[in-house]
Design a binder for this molecule. Sequence first.
Ligand SMILES: [Zn+2]
Ligand SMILES: [Zn+2]
Length: 188
Amino acid sequence: MLYRVTGSAVLVRTCIACGAIDSGHTCLGTCREHRLELVAADEHAAAGARLEALDGQLRERRALAEQLARGAPSGDEWEALRVRARAALRVLAAPAAGAVVATWACDSCGRVEAPQECLGVCVRPVTPMVPASEHAGLLARAEATQQELERLAPLVRQLAWTRTKVGRENDAARALHTLAGDLAGACR
Ligand SMILES: [Zn+2]
Ligand SMILES: [Zn+2]
């Protein structure tokens, strides 16, 4: 799943000196404004990229858990599974929350603005922004993904680092199979 700038993104001019925001619409004089909180689209996209990485790691941890739940690993499967488990334990950065700016948005003409006392030296590059609610939704999904990663961590750690004693591989395999089965049961 890709988190691109979606149809809900708005293009505004943001002053780098005073922070004033204006979409440059000409108001029709019949405006009804409501408060609209925005986050810069590049901050939203950066958070989305981190969420994708977390989602990818979660898919891999689930795949490992499902494989273990289906059956105890046999002797020659161990090493490949360990390598995958160690990779799936890599610590990934959590998405960072973008800065939220409050604006006023007009229902009739679509104008978005956040006026400031301008310093007279304004530089206003066009900045794509997304509603802060959309950004908050992404952060909430990342939180849920991290909780699920945490839940599967003990199993993946055990798979990655348990040393099997010669002649006792079956015990370790059965222990992992049982633990995976318990985790799978807890999902439902
Ligand atoms: Zn208007
Ligand atoms: Zn300015």
